[in-house]
Design a protein around this ligand. Structure first.
Ligand SMILES: Cc1ncc(COP(=O)(O)O)c(C=O)c1O
Length: 324
């Protein structure tokens, strides 16, 4: 079923991640409608969208996910997200029970049923129901879940004024243990780092790898700018091959600059002229302080500003149209 295209919905600037519509205390009648969630071929109201307690996604974090944004009635970089989901699946020997075309249709239809033009999609594939042993051979049917939400991780003020980061003691897990390139449901490494940032009163945590070089933040890639040159850690440093990261590469090139992938230390962050983070949820966001050191002038820098402006333009031209 294809629904009518809705009127533009303004994203709420101060909200954290929340379902498309929530039946919360104090919700207005317009907000009282539940969001619709896709689970294994069914579209269910969120109160009925449930998974088994024997799903290994819950018991062992055995599964994969993607976070995707849509803007202006179009999904942004859908193909790249699907490719990365399929790569994650292949790496952990998980067979996604849909083709990419079927997944795309399920995803678009979930957005349509939630009636949004701007928002965030959480796409999850779990190993499925098994027994209490961790052997994935027990799990015969992986589950596919698609959640549509409105989301704004930070207020517009943070995008204007920048955020603070602290280096955390928790190291980014090494590729030899669990490759950070797999976007798995096992995010405890990142959660531990996030807790450190919270305890330190910072907005984000800078995660180092075992060699002591910067890998990434808890859900964002890191860029520094020095004397007009842009640098970011290579994937081999433990950074996710971020899709927003690749958009930043494209934008930099358009602006006549190249991003150099090279090892970065905390020192490089401290002495940078500018620093910014990229991620689907956070988008492109300036960093103005790291471990108490003021970065550059302490204000979002001019190159970061140009990258954010162009990024925002590009998001309006997303690739996959949601409504006919
Ligand atoms: C650990 C980690 N690093 C970086 C990113 C940014 O990647 P993307 O721009 O594809 O969202 C994410 C978010 O998906 C992430 O979870």
């Amino acid at each position: 079923m294809v629904l009518e295209e809705p009127k533009a919905v303004a994203p709420s600037p101060n909200a954290a991640v929340k379902p498309a519509d929530e039946k919360r205390k104090g919700a207005t009648s317009a907000e009282a409608k539940q969001s619709t969630i896709y689970i294994d071929g069914q579209f269910l109201p969120e109160s009925e969208a449930k998974v088994s307690v024997f799903d290994h996604g819950l018991l062992y974090g055995d599964g994969i996910f993607e976070g995707i944004r849509f803007y202006n009635g179009r999904v942004f970089r859908l193909e790249e997200h699907l490719d990365r989901l399929w790569d994650s699946a292949r790496s952990i020997c998980l067979e996604i029970p849909l083709s990419k075309e079927e997944m795309t249709e399920a995803l678009l239809e979930t957005i349509r049923r939630n009636g949004l033009r701007d928002g965030y999609i959480r796409q999850v594939v779990t190993r499925g129901v098994g027994n209490l042993g961790l052997n994935p051979m027990q799990c015969r049917h992986p589950s596919v879940i698609i959640i549509v939400a409105t989301i704004a991780l930070y207020s517009e003020e943070v995008y204007r004024n920048g955020l603070t980061v602290v280096t955390c003691a928790t190291r980014r897990m090494s590729a030899a243990a669990l490759n950070p390139a797999v976007k798995s449901l096992n995010y405890l490494n990142n959660v531990m780092a996030r807790i450190e940032a919270n305890l330190a009163g910072a907005d984000e945590a800078l995660m180092l790898n075992d060699a002591g070089n910067v890998a990434e933040c808890t859900a964002d890639n890191v860029f520094v700018i020095k004397k007009g040159q842009i640098f970011t850690p290579p994937i081999t440093a433990g950074a996710l091959r971020g899709i927003t990261r690749s958009v930043a590469f494209e934008v930099a090139e358009e602006l006549g600059m190249q991003v150099r992938e090279t090892d970065i230390t905390r020192h490089d962050v401290f002495v940078a002229d500018e620093c910014f983070l990229t991620g689907t949820a956070a988008e492109v966001i300036p960093v103005i302080k790291a471990d108490g050191r003021v970065i550059g002038t302490g204000k979002p820098g001019p190159i970061t500003g140009r990258i954010i402006a162009r990024f925002r333009e590009l998001t309006r031209e997303g690739d996959t149209q949601i409504y006919p």
